[in-house]
Structures are given as structure tokens and as C-alpha cells.
Design a protein around this ligand. Structure first.
Ligand code: PLP
Length: 426
């Protein structure tokens, strides 16, 4: 064996996978089974008692999903990972493992809209609260943290405004307070940014977006950075105290630097249940094989489209971190120098009506509420996702009447630009 360390594109294709030992199948098979036969009674007992690794039931582990988990852990530079049914369920299981009633999360106020809803409303019913901080003013994070804060939650690259967050500075704050930094890396993917290298303790993804990349399968994942001390101060009892359902084992003691991923699986996923289907794991694994090629093309196409729109007489402004004059450009150069991803917003001359006209006239672009497809996607938030808000609330959320969001696809960039030009004209 050579001691060459495989590069990113090699890991994207090979990490976690090997030819199937019984059939020789080269692609990872879809293990479409709910359950797995035990060797004997002792084997079953050791699996249930967490003394041996192995498969019992697809809600908890599955061989196709295990390849996906190992691959994403390798791409992010983590110790282990847990795949789930969706990005939102990854967030649920992650915070379930850290929080008890009365605890709070300090979160960046520029997050995916669905995450803002999850934190503001549904998490409340578990007795968890959220305190919002401004990623452009780090003092607001420090001011928000109190004795019941159990995590800081940010996005590396925020959806939709092309905001790049200062992961290293926020990680220093988290470390000083003894709490983990959780980073949603959905929009950047590990090809553009690897948050663990900048001090993140946990990385989350909606695999539904760029990781799968083809707009056909839902999934999520929790990557354990392996760096956080879950036993210090006894503040994370699910990890640091004996588990009655597993003969009193202490998860952090037993599983060390991948204890968080294990706890999310054997407590959260086992009991709350949002397992990914083996078929979706297979689809997402297939997508990940071309992640480096796709993300580079997404970023290159998006930059060309953003430059074109910046000079367009029907466009008021463009917000995209790869543009040299953008206020997040320096952070983009530091954290994701290969590119700023596919998604950005711009303001259309003529406000609300012009935004509605644009999404009605595009032909190549699809008008829908998603990002991270091979296809180019467009949405006018004020008339769709943010419709229920007042004009003031819309503007505060970055969804003012003139805002249009693009997720630039992998088509020929000339065709993408031509479609926008025809839809903006007249
Ligand atoms: C889509 C998305 C999510 C939620 O993921 P689902 O797979 O839709 O549950 C979370 N964070 C970001 C940044 C997203 O874009």
C-alpha cells in the first residue's frame, strides 16, 4: 500500500465503498431490506447491547446508508456521520442529543427559512428556545449566550443572500464558552468549504440539495467533527451519563471521538425514527461521485450570470459573495476560495410586478422552491415563500418586493443568460 492520502475527488468516488463481497457488484448495491439475520443468539445480544457493530433493522443502520455516511464523513474530515430522512430531521436529531427542556440555541438570524420556522415554532414544544444573533456583528453572539445555551448554529454560506459567515471567529466564541459550533454546510458543500478545518464541531447537511444534486431525493446528515469534549461540566448528560437502556454504558466514554454520531443514532434515530431510505442513499451516493465537477461548474456559471446581471439595465443590485465589490467577498476568499456556489439574489427594476413578470416569462429556468438541482431554478420570494409577511417583514428577511433568487444550474451558461435576458426584456 502506498501512503498517498487520497484527494477530494478520489474520496467522492471511493470513500466508504468496496466491491460487494458476495456478488462482486462494483456500484454500491441498494440493500432494500428492513431487517438483518443474526448469526446466533449471542451475536444478537452483542448487537443490541452496543458491544458489536452490525445491522439489526434499517431504522437504525443499513449497509447502503453506511457507505453514504462514511463517504460524507471523509469529505468533511469528520470522524463519523449519521444520515437521516431530510435536512430538517438531521437538525432535529442533532439538537435532541444536546438539549433538554429549558435549554437554548444561539443561531444566526440569516438561515434557511425552514430552519427559522423549525427553531422558532416546532422546537418550542420540546421546551427548547432560540436566541437570534447577527452574523455580521459577532458581539451579538457573545451577548446572547447564557448558562442554558447548548449550541451555536450557523450556515457556512447562507441561503438566500450569499452571506458567508466567519466560522473561525464564531468557533473561538463557542470554545471560550464550552459549547459546540454546529454548521449547516448545505449551500457550500465540502467541495467549497470544510467547516471542521475552521473549528466547527458538528456539520449538518440537507443532502437534498447539492450533495445529491439532481433534485430527485430527500436526505440529511450529521457529521461528527470528533473535537468536542461532551463530558466537561456534565452539560451533555445523554453523552456523559450512564444509559439505562444500554446496561449503563456512558456513550462518550465508550465511543470517544465519534460518540456524538453514535448518540444521535442509538438514542435519536432509534426513538424518533426519521431514517433515510436505502434507495435515496443510493441516489445521493451516485450524485456525490460528481460533486467536485458539479460544484465547480455551478459556481463558475453563477459567477458569469451574476456578472452579466450586475451590468443589466433592468437589474438594480446583485448580492453574490464571489463579486469583488460584495461585502462578504473577503470572507468568501478565505472560506470558499474555489467559488461561492450556485445561489444568489438580485433586485429587479420595477419591484413586485416586475418580479412576478420575470418568473412567469422564463423558459429554461423552473419556477419552484428548491435549490441545488442540475437545472436552473428561480423564485420570487415576495409572491411565494414569504407571501404571508408584511412588506416590512419581507424586507427584513431579505425578501423585499424586488428580490429574485436564482439557483444557477449546469446548462450552458450562454443559454442561462439568454433566458434571463428574454424574460427581463419588455
Ligand atoms: C433545504 C435546506 C434545509 C432543510 O433540508 P430538507 O432536506 O429540505 O429537510 C436545511 N438547511 C438548508 C441550508 C437548506 O437549504
Amino acid at each position: 500500500m502506498s501512503d498517498n492520502i487520497p484527494g477530494f475527488s478520489t474520496l467522492a468516488i471511493h470513500a466508504g465503498a468496496a466491491p460487494d463481497p458476495s456478488t462482486g457488484a462494483r456500484a454500491t448495491p441498494i440493500y432494500q431490506t428492513t431487517s438483518f439475520v443474526f448469526d446466533d443468539v449471542d451475536h444478537a445480544a452483542s448487537l443490541f447491547g452496543l458491544q458489536a457493530f452490525g445491522n439489526i433493522y434499517t431504522r437504525i443502520t443499513n449497509p447502503t446508508t453506511a457507505v453514504l455516511e462514511e463517504r460524507v464523513a471523509a469529505l468533511e474530515g469528520g470522524t463519523a456521520a449519521l444520515a437521516t430522512a431530510s435536512g430538517h430531521s438531521a437538525q432535529l436529531l442533532c439538537f435532541h442529543t444536546m438539549m433538554k427542556p429549558g435549554d437554548n440555541i444561539v443561531a444566526a438570524n440569516k438561515l434557511y427559512g425552514g430552519s427559522i420556522n423549525q427553531l422558532n415554532h416546532s422546537f418550542k414544544s420540546f421546551g427548547w428556545s432560540v436566541k437570534w444573533a447577527d452574523p455580521d456583528d459577532l458581539n451579538t453572539f457573545e451577548a446572547a449566550i447564557d448558562d442554558n445555551t447548548k449550541a451555536i448554529f450557523i450556515e457556512s454560506l447562507a441561503n438566500p443572500g450569499g452571506i458567508v459567515m466567519d466560522i473561525e471567529a464564531i468557533s473561538r466564541l463557542a470554545k471560550a464558552k464550552g459549547i459546540p459550533l454546529v454548521v449547516d454546510n448545505t449551500m457550500a458543500t465540502p467541495y467549497l468549504c470544510r467547516p471542521i478545518e475552521h473549528g466547527a464541531d458538528i456539520v449538518l447537511h440537507s443532502l437534498t440539495k447539492f450533495m445529491g444534486g439532481h433534485g430527485n431525493s430527500m436526505g440529511g446528515i450529521i457529521v461528527d467533527g470528533g473535537s468536542f469534549d461532551w463530558s466537561a461540566g456534565g452539560r451533555y448528560p445523554l453523552l456523559s451519563e450512564p444509559r439505562p437502556e444500554y446496561q449503563g454504558i456512558v456513550l462518550h466514554e465508550t465511543f470517544g471521538n465519534f460518540a456524538f454520531a453514535i448518540a444521535c443514532r442509538v438514542l435519536g434515530l432509534r426513538d424518533l425514527g426519521p431514517a433515510i431510505s436505502p434507495f435515496n442513499s443510493f441516489m445521493i451516493l451516485t450524485g456525490i461521485e460528481t460533486l467536485p465537477l458539479r460544484m465547480q461548474r455551478h459556481s463558475d456559471n453563477a459567477k458569469k450570470v451574476a456578472l452579466h446581471l450586475s451590468g443589466h439595465d433592468k437589474v438594480k443590485w446583485v448580492s453574490y459573495a464571489a463579486l469583488p465589490e460584495d461585502r462578504h467577498h473577503a470572507l468568501q476568499q478565505k472560506y470558499m476560495p474555489k467559488g461561492a456556489g450556485a445561489v444568489f439574489t438580485f433586485g429587479v427594476e420595477g419591484g413586485y410586478d416586475a418580479g412576478v413578470a420575470l418568473v412567469s416569462k422564463v423558459e429554461l429556468f423552473s419556477h419552484l422552491a428548491n435549490i441545488g438541482d442540475t437545472r436552473s431554478l428561480i423564485i420570487h420570494p415576495a409572491s411565494t415563500t414569504h407571501r404571508q409577511l408584511t412588506d416590512e417583514q419581507k424586507t427584513a428577511a431579505g425578501a423585499g418586493p424586488d428580490v429574485v433568487r436564482l439557483s444557477v444550474g449546469l446548462e450552458e451558461v450562454e443559454d442561462i443568460i439568454a433566458d434571463l435576458d428574454q424574460a427581463l426584456s419588455g
